[in-house]
Design a protein around this ligand. Structure first.
Ligand code: 13P
Length: 260
């Protein structure tokens, strides 16, 4: 089996202006250094507002901070009359490693469909960045026990038309919507059930090698006090962390889950 390096990604959502971003990156850097963070055991990434990216880039490059960074969304279009949009090339030029596509908040508040998310994943890959493709069920689906077929149907459309190599390189984030920002965390078994099913579906559609390499994250009320048990599950390769990533001490503990 491939040794998949876990990806601990902090999704800041619409928090932190660029001045606050600088402070948070520096504090996180000191805290990780203090804890003798080992980047070979877990990769740390910050998914920040567009207006913070240049600031984060300057700090990461200038201070040689072992962190990747990326954006929370991208335009479908390459350039032109799309007021308010940010293109994949603009993000690649800022050396973004990752772009989140299809977060449930984009699905809910901006009407993004699986088809749009599929197109965005392709745009991100074409620009040489790694999409973090989000999926996850709402509470009614979970209560009906339909979470696995529901999420697999999302994954089928979101990854449609990609090559096995592209799928091997990307990240899928399973974020049950009922667990996002609610303090209601899925049990490690809940996370494993769906992440394991996603990997099986990737194997069936794209082959064993893609399934072995693709990283599958869990997201939804991840905290320092629940990450260790979640990461113990074989098909969970990291976490997409919202609220807890805004606190350097808390997020550093999550990034260094392996040290507990
Ligand atoms: P919380 O960790 O705040 O529940 O958010 C999860 C999330 O949506 C990360 O993308």
């Amino acid at each position: 089996m491939t040794d998949r390096t876990p990806l601990m990604a902090g999704n800041w959502k619409m928090n932190c202006n660029h001045v606050e971003a600088a402070g948070l990156v520096q504090k996180l850097d000191w805290t990780l250094k203090d804890g003798h963070y080992d980047a070979s055991k877990s990769e740390c990434a910050l998914i920040v507002p567009f207006t913070d990216i240049r600031t984060v880039q300057t700090l990461v490059e200038g201070d040689k901070i072992p962190m990747a960074y990326g954006a929370q969304d991208v335009s479908l279009y390459a350039s032109g009359a799309y007021t308010g949009e940010i293109s994949a090339d603009m993000l690649a030029k800022l050396k973004c490693a990752y772009v989140v596509v299809g977060h449930s908040e984009r699905r809910d508040y901006h009407g993004e469909t699986d088809e749009i998310i599929n197109a965005k994943a392709k745009v991100v890959l074409a620009a040489g960045m790694i999409p973090i493709v989000c999926c996850g069920e709402k509470l009614d689906i979970r209560k009906a026990g339909e979470q696995v077929p529901f999420v697999l149907a999302q994954v089928d459309i979101c990854l449609a038309g990609l090559t096995a190599e592209q799928v091997a390189s990307l990240v899928i984030a399973y974020e049950p919507v009922w667990a996002i920002g609610t303090g209601e965390v899925a049990t490690p078994e809940d996370a494993q059930e769906v992440c394991g099913a996603i990997r099986e579906r990737v194997a069936a559609t794209f082959g064993a090698e893609a399934a072995d390499k693709v990283r599958i994250q869990y997201g939804g009320s991840v905290k320092a006090n629940n990450i260790v048990d979640i990461m113990a599950k074989p098909d969970v390769d990291g976490a997409l962390v919202g609220g807890a990533s805004l606190n350097a001490d808390e997020f550093a503990k999550i990034v260094m889950f392996y040290a507990v």
